[in-house]
Design a protein around this ligand. Structure first.
Ligand SMILES: *[C@@H]1O[C@H](CO)[C@@H](O)[C@H](O)[C@H]1NC(C)=O
Length: 381
């Protein structure tokens, strides 16, 4: 096994979760005795930093990047050849396939070779990318994955803007209808706000207390609202439930049960002193929207009452946030994967399941059997 084989051998997941693994592996195997020279030491730090600081690029160009690291570390200059399956320094093969050339060009464009990597590694490794990627005005952050997302959005847009054709799949027809419905502002305006309020918070759900002067809590049902939000609006309320490929058997879909997602990042709720500006902007936003609704339905709820309600909402979300496991403790997908039958789920977490799923599967022929395996994606609690 050559030196660079060891590098390529290490999965990207490992590099991301534990950059030190790269170096541990190397020192254990002692395949590169010159590692202790000053230059090599610097480059070890570089590689470590690259794994940590330029994650987006690292993930996207994938193995080519690991190979790039392998081919550069230990050599005095930074060669741009993509060396695949190198048999050591004597017999290097250069990959010239289209994919390699494109990946290599991507890496070169992302570098700023005028920067000294041992002085400012971020500038060296990402400077070119930063210089050619201004954060778009409509975005608060930008990166490789956002670029990909944008490309996918554009592709989808091309599809939905093409008139419905007879041979379109039903899902595509639905998507085109949905898109055109959203753009039909005249029809939406003609329906007015009452239609919206009825659909989302109508009598069936017990109304929307914030914008009503009187509210009858006895009609309100958490499972109904949570289930209907998912069924009708694909919006998770209090818990997240979704169907997705079974991580351990990708030939089938399973239902995953996960913790709720929050309106703001979890830290904002936990550390409200630091994020005071965000919390108050969020409360203002809630009040602004509710004020429009209050005016449109003519209920005359006072601003003071709306502000109080916004405070209550954030206080409730803060309690939820305290119960939510932070992302930093959700990195081990194996540990998160906890299959159990529907019956076991109900015994372990005795809450509203039957009513909730009844609502989620309204008007479908889905029957959730007691023996059905669900994946609770909530860590081994
Ligand atoms: C992930 O969790 C599993 C199961 O608890 C454990 O065996 C494994 O070592 C963990 N992996 C990492 C990288 O911590």
């Amino acid at each position: 096994m050559s030196y660079s084989d060891h590098w390529v051998d290490i999965s990207l997941e490992q590099i991301n979760s534990d950059p030190d693994a790269l170096f541990d592996r190397r020192s254990t195997l002692s395949v590169y005795p010159q590692a202790q020279t000053r230059k090599s030491f610097c480059q070890r730090i570089m590689a470590k930093k690259m794994a940590l600081s330029c994650g987006g690029i690292l993930v996207v160009v994938g193995i080519s990047f690991a190979t790039f690291l392998a081919s550069t570390t230990g050599s005095p200059t930074l060669g741009m050849d993509m060396k695949i399956g190198s048999k050591g320094k004597q017999a290097e093969e250069t990959c010239t396939t289209e994919a390699c050339v494109v990946a290599a060009a991507d890496i070169i464009k992302s570098l700023d070779e005028t920067a000294d990597p041992c002085e400012d590694f971020f500038q060296f490794s990402c400077g070119g990318w930063v210089a050619s990627n201004v954060i778009p005005d409509s975005k608060s952050k930008w990166g490789k994955f956002y670029e990909l997302r944008e490309a996918v959005d554009q592709a989808v847009r091309t599809i939905v803007e093409t008139p419905i054709e007879a041979e379109d799949a039903q899902a595509v027809k639905n998507m085109k209808n949905l898109y055109n419905g959203c753009l039909n502002v005249d029809a939406i305006e003609a329906q007015g706000y009452n239609k919206f309020v009825d659909m989302v918070y109508g009598d069936e759900f017990g109304g929307w207390p914030m914008i009503q002067t009187s509210w009858d809590g006895s009609v309100f049902s958490t499972e109904k609202v949570a289930g209907d939000n998912l069924r009708t609006w694909l919006s998770s309320t209090l818990i997240s439930v979704y169907a997705y490929l079974d991580s351990f058997d990708t030939s089938r879909n399973v239902l995953y049960i996960d913790q709720t997602s929050l309106a703001l990042p979890r830290d904002f709720y936990i550390d409200q002193d630091t994020y005071a500006d965000y919390i108050s902007a969020y409360k203002n936003y809630i009040v602004d929207i509710a004020r429009v609704m209050t005016r449109e339905i003519g209920s005359g709820v006072s601003d003071t009452a709306l502000i109080q309600a916004a405070d209550n909402i954030v206080a409730f979300e803060t309690k939820l946030a305290i119960g939510v496991v932070p992302d930093s403790e959700r990195r081990n997908a194996t540990e998160m994967y906890n299959p159990m039958t529907y019956t076991e789920l109900k015994n372990k977490y005795p809450i509203f399941w039957n009513d909730y799923f009844g609502r989620v599967f309204t008007d479908t022929d889905v029957v959730l059997e007691e023996s059905e395996t669900l994946i609770t994606f909530i860590g081994a609690a």
